[in-house]
Design a protein around this ligand. Sequence first.
Ligand code: ARG
Length: 254
Amino acid sequence: MKKIMALLLSVGMLLSFAACSQTRSLADIQKSGKLVMATNAEFEPFEYHDGNEIVGIDIDISEKIAEKLGVELEVLNLEFDALIPALQGGKADMIAAGMTADEDRKKNVDFSESYYNAAQVIIVTKDSPITGPADLAGKTVGVQQGTTGDKYCTNEDGESEYTVGEVKRYSKGMEAVSDLMAGRLDAVVIDSFPADKFVEKNSDTLQVLEEALTENEEYAIAVPKGNKELLDKINEVIREMKESGELEQIVNQY
Ligand code: ARG
């Protein structure tokens, strides 16, 4: 019994050592000369492709953080639901992806101060009979896989106020919007600012409903659990950007 306990303990120590060694300290980041930020560039205006370049509000904020640390920014573009595993696996130092600091994710990552307040809204075609969240009952709704919109519509934990008929999950929000326009979906549930961008481009056929599905989703930057040194620096930058008005200026620019 003692032997088994000792074995279990050493395995546990090895595992936690492995987990720690995958997370880069502030000193490691500075020594390497680059800060690796993971994102999913399918989320205009927070991160999206402009030609070959990835641009957006989260990139601008991350550039500021890299600057503060005196290093270059490297952007790693992944599927949205691969972001937290990548962070935990040490492939990135932080996530900036319009990510809502929600309770489930807080079990796996630490979040910075919030830098943007969002909502989950409903996009429908202009001729849709759907006028609010209650009308989603029995309807087919598209979401981006692994997002809070997905969680809310899927309602596995039974916490959502509204029930939808069927949830279709897409790796890109844009694909859901295309399916909506092609008549394969009744609605798309997605974050407010990206929703405005999608509708802006198709304003003759699409609309965002006034009544949102959720309010008060706080976007924050995620770091590996326990990386307080890095988190403190990120928070410093966010606070400075809020106080100087630079954050607002960046958001308005998009
Ligand atoms: N705010 C939502 C969430 O945290 C959606 C974020 C999607 N971001 C992205 N870059 N695709 O789940």
